[in-house]
Design a protein around this ligand. Structure first.
Ligand code: ASP
Length: 329
């Protein structure tokens, strides 16, 4: 692992104690909520550490939150070892890698692509939908046509190693309607939210979705209000986990609207999770997690089950933080 300063956030307000990089993977941070001064970026899961570095390179130079989140999640999209985002992602049941992504700035501009095949950086296409079209969302062949017209790079997917895994999975799984297992291997979107030095907010979310999903399935990640929502008046939130459950409660929008009503980011994330819990009789495998940031720099995270963590970067350093959760597996 590269040398970098890791920090451990103490309870509630982020009292800092530096831990050595060698301990980084063992960090069990005590705080799932805190407050930061100045620019900040938060991302889902441990791949968020590398993504945050990409975002931080923009933020520390005074760049915009929008540029930061786009650059940040591109790091994950390009990571060939990542099996749930971008080029290294796992395919659907028919062997197609279909990508979902969205981006939103705090002034409510947003763009999204879904069911997009063969494009290296779906987040760039989502941003182009936002900035170069009258629309918010393009899907499938139309999204790909637009991406090619705009000159975005293509990539061959699935990559060979992933194709081999898929072929093995196909042999072993005759019942294609069986609910796939949900674990960190097959279900880890990157959602990123950031505030820049000017206090502006933005977010991005990108994924190859639920591994071995039905062909045509789209989850929460590219849906504005479900996988991501940002409003400069209030704050930003993004989600990971079982997209179907997150869509049902318009998860990220719910988190932001709860913050508007006075909930802290942590309490808002928790209530969104509890709403999902209340709406589902069968919680087997139903992992969902949210991270949120308000316009004052308060942040928080919550997940239904143990195991969800998020990466945080600000002027003080970076941390990998365990979200608070409701139940153990
Ligand atoms: N939410 C994503 C989806 O359902 C996957 C994940 O975050 O794990 O496609």
């Amino acid at each position: 692992m590269k040398r970098r300063q890791f920090i451990r956030f103490g309870a509630a307000v982020g009292a800092l104690s530096v831990v050595k990089p060698s301990q980084a993977t063992n960090i069990v941070a005590q705080s799932y909520q805190g407050k930061a001064k100045g620019p900040i970026v938060l991302s889902t899961w441990n791949h968020g550490l590398a993504a945050n570095e990409g975002a931080w390179a923009v933020l520390q130079k005074g760049g915009s939150a929008l540029d930061a989140v786009e650059k940040g999640v591109m790091v994950t999209e390009a990571d060939l070892t990542n099996r749930s985002v971008g080029v290294g992602g796992r395919p659907d049941r028919d062997g197609h890698v279909t990508l979902d992504a969205c981006i939103m700035s705090g002034d409510s501009r947003c763009g999204s692509v879904a069911f997009l095949e063969g494009i290296a950086h779906p987040i760039n296409v989502a941003r182009a939908v936002m900035e170069r079209t009258q629309h918010v969302m393009l899907v499938g062949a139309g999204a790909r046509k637009f991406a090619l017209e705009q000159g975005f790079a293509t990539a061959k997917m699935p990559i060979d190693e992933v194709k081999k895994d898929y072929e093995k999975w196909r042999k072993e799984n005759k019942d294609l309607f069986k609910k796939p297992d949900i674990n960190h291997e097959n279900h880890d979107t990157i959602g990123m939210i950031a505030m820049d030095a000017q206090g502006q907010l933005a977010g991005a979310c990108t994924t190859s979705g639920w591994a071995y999903k039905m062909h045509g399935r789209v989850g929460d990640s590219p849906i504005i209000g479900a996988g991501l929502f940002v409003d400069d008046e209030v704050g930003a939130a993004t989600a990971t986990g079982l997209g179907e459950a997150i869509v049902r409660v318009a998860g990220s929008h719910t988190v932001v609207e709860l913050m508007r009503q006075g909930y802290t980011p942590f309490d808002a994330c928790k209530e969104a999770c509890m709403r999902i819990v209340r709406k589902h009789k069968d919680l087997t495998g139903l992992q969902c997690g949210f991270i949120a940031l308000d316009k004052e720099g308060n942040y928080g995270a919550y997940s239904i089950y143990a195991g969800f963590n998020f990466a945080l970067r600000n002027n003080d350093g970076e941390a990998l933080v365990d979200a608070k959760f409701d139940r153990n597996w």
